[in-house]
Design a protein around this ligand. Sequence first.
Ligand code: LLP
Length: 390
Amino acid sequence: MGINLNNVERFANLRTPFYYYDTNILNQTLEAIAAEIQKHDNYFVHYAVKANANLKVLEVIRQAGLGIDCVSGGEIEQVLTAGFPADKIVFAGVGKSDWEIELGLDKGIFCFNVESIPELEIINEIAARKGKVATICFRINPDVGAHTHANITTGLAENKFGIDMADMEKVILLAQNMKNVQFKGLHFHIGSQILEMDDFIALAHRINELQEQLESKGIRLEIINVGGGLGVDYENPQDNPIPNLKDYFAVYEQHLKVRPGQTVHFELGRAIVAQCGALITKVNYVKEASVKKFVIVDAGFTDLIRPALYDAHHRIVNLSSNKPEETYDVVGPICESSDVFDKDIRLPQTCRGDLIALLSAGAYGEIMASSYNCRKLPKAYTDKELNTNG
Ligand code: LLP
């Protein structure tokens, strides 16, 4: 069973919309990860905090012992507040600002994933000023496609991320001649919401090629960071609440050629938090137009932008009705035509005041909320706070 939405009466007095996190699902997911990585003492998972930086969620993840993948100074500050150790933080991003680099150096993060020569030079310069040495990996663009939405594909040569493979040796030599950076390895990330294991296999093979090329020049890697990207089941989240971690880690076990002494790092975001979260919203009106029936809820794309931005589908459940089904468009109140959660979906007959859940919203939901239209940011509660799981 997936996220527990049975105790609806506990939601009744809360102001909607709000996010609801089921820590049982989160813990089950974390246990499934632990079961896979404990087979290897050189595998490390860094939770990609961009997916969800809610402190209550972070607390559960911290207790599971995961490291962190950050992409901004704000994220570094947030995870330090949450109690994660700095020496488990990797820091990626194409456009790190000086203050963010300074913060990473001052806090002593594990590694900067460097994405360009100008960035390398600035990190070296800032580290020199501080009398420090920055541990770095280079993010290489592996030119491996991923079968996912174009807006969340990152590993193609045309994408802005990483350093071209052709420049890899040149940048490593540059770094090796700098005093205030220490080159440790390579970082990759091909995209997000990837369900085809072949995409990860292609990445593993590409890494093997690059590693052999470097070894022929006498360059050894200590760190291989394969990024994140494992997808989840948005169609049937209640049947498949735990992502396919077994096959995902098996890809790297079977295909990545790891040398003695090397560590392998993973940056999973969505796979860890998507299925533990739901956006709970209330029906304000049901409007019957000539060709459609609209369910107008009090959440909009300011609360969950994924449908508007990526054509994403989140399962929509009416928690208050079990009447015969009808066909509806479920839309928000924002003054934009893209403020639509789904079209022509079957729901039990729906009335004003019904509670609606948008499932699989734990990743890239709350964290991407905005206050456009001067709307309030959604609040968030866990099952523990609402006592809904016991
Ligand atoms: N590592 C790097 C370098 C990344 O850029 C990302 C995600 C991750 C790890 C984590 O990827 P995950 O395991 O979550 O797939 N807002 C979009 C997703 C954007 C992903 C950006 N990068 C969405 O809602 O689908």
